[in-house]
Write a protein that binds this ligand. Structure first.
Ligand code: 5AD
Length: 350
């Protein structure tokens, strides 16, 4: 019966709500390996054995939000806050460019210190210096006008995980004023403006059930984003979720395979969190259908303080060494890094 559902997913690219639940609840080794191999084949059919790289620049760990899971939440006093300057950021880009990266991701907490003018200045400066690179923002919820300005300044993509498509679950993860409605509105607005958009969720976050995950798959199917970021929840000792169990490698890999089958062309990262819960988690992610890796370009001291969760990998890597190690690791599983921008197929700037 669970194999029938797996085959239906492969044939039709989606399931009904209760079928997702049944597939998740009854997954066994046979189904896991079947969906993994189909997902890997779909990924290689669309992207070959090329893995796209995105250089992550974590430019601020200051945040006005207080998400219960996140290590840089406002209420965490046990953290040194930092902000990178424009010069710092351009320095990160330079290192990234020299090791062949052609996408930069500006990620940070929702830090009111950075006004829209400042963000636009940063976007403009990066785009002027590196016109052949794509620029992704991962800077949270803003008004439409702000998003429009960022797009006009030259940003190409925007990552904003929806975190969970279930309203009650969303509330368990985020205090007010955050709301699922606004999160979803932001994603719609970003798409309308012309960004390549990325949504996604944590696997194994407190309160998550197969029912909420079914809602995630359904929501993503409706949204049809260009990118989907998922990774295991990992507890952080300075958050209210300090005693909650981490998400598992196994369920994250299973979700990656489902997503690759549902979205053959989507840009799907093997995330840092996946590489944190397992030494070869990212490699396993690629073999389960992922096709993107996002190495950090942040300066050493920033990297140590941008800890959304504990035990984060890559904190000690240098960017240049990081690329070499990555190339070697990927070669071992028969993949190679790509130095192209790696846009979603068919996307063009409006
Ligand atoms: N464990 C795993 N992922 C986390 N994120 C934030 N905190 C954690 C955590 N404790 C993820 C969120 C966010 C992304 C930038 O990092 O999904 O969208």
């Amino acid at each position: 019966e669970v194999m029938r559902l797996a085959n239906k997913l492969v044939d039709e690219g989606l399931l009904a709500h209760d079928e997702y639940i049944e597939l998740l609840a009854n997954r066994d080794d046979e189904v896991r390996e079947y969906l993994r191999s189909v997902a890997q084949e779909i990924a290689t059919t669309n992207y070959g054995h090329d893995i796209f790289l995105r250089g992550l620049i974590e430019y601020s760990n200051t945040c006005k939000n207080d998400c219960y899971y996140c290590g840089i939440r406002k209420s965490n006093d046990n953290i040194e806050r930092y902000r990178l300057t424009l010069e710092d950021i351009l320095q990160c880009c330079e290192i990234g460019y020299q090791i062949g990266l052609r996408t930069f991701v500006l990620q940070g907490g929702e830090d009111p210190y950075f006004t829209d003018d400042m963000i636009c200045e940063i976007i403009f400066a990066i785009k002027e210096e590196y016109p052949d690179c794509a620029l992704t923002l991962s800077i949270g919820e803003k008004e439409r006008e702000s998003y429009e300005r960022f797009y006009e300044a030259g940003a190409d993509r925007f990552l904003l995980r929806h975190e969970t498509a279930d309203g009650e679950h969303y509330r368990r993860l985020h205090p007010e004023p955050l709301s699922l409605e606004n999160r979803m509105r932001c994603l719609e607005v970003l798409r309308e403006i012309g960004f390549q958009i990325g949504a996604g969720f944590m696997v194994g976050s407190p309160g998550q059930t197969y029912d909420t995950m079914a809602s995630d798959f359904e929501y993503l199917k409706k949204l049809n984003p260009h990118m989907i970021g998922i990774g295991p929840f990992i507890h952080h000792k300075d958050t209210p979720f300090r005693d909650e169990p981490d998400g598992t490698l196994e369920l994250t890999l299973f979700c990656l395979s489902i997503l690759r089958i549902m979205f053959p062309k989507v840009l799907l990262p093997a995330t840092t969190a996946l590489g944190t819960i397992d030494k070869i988690g990212r490699e396993k992610g690629i073999l389960a259908g992922a096709n993107v890796i996002m190495p950090s370009l942040s300066p050493d001291n920033a990297r140590r303080q941008y800890l959304l969760y504990e035990g984060k990998v890559g904190v000690k890597d240098k960017a240049a060494e990081g690329r070499k190690i990555l190339d070697e690791k990927l070669a071992e599983i028969g993949y190679k890094t790509s130095t192209t921008r790696g846009d979603y197929k068919g996307w063009n700037r409006k």
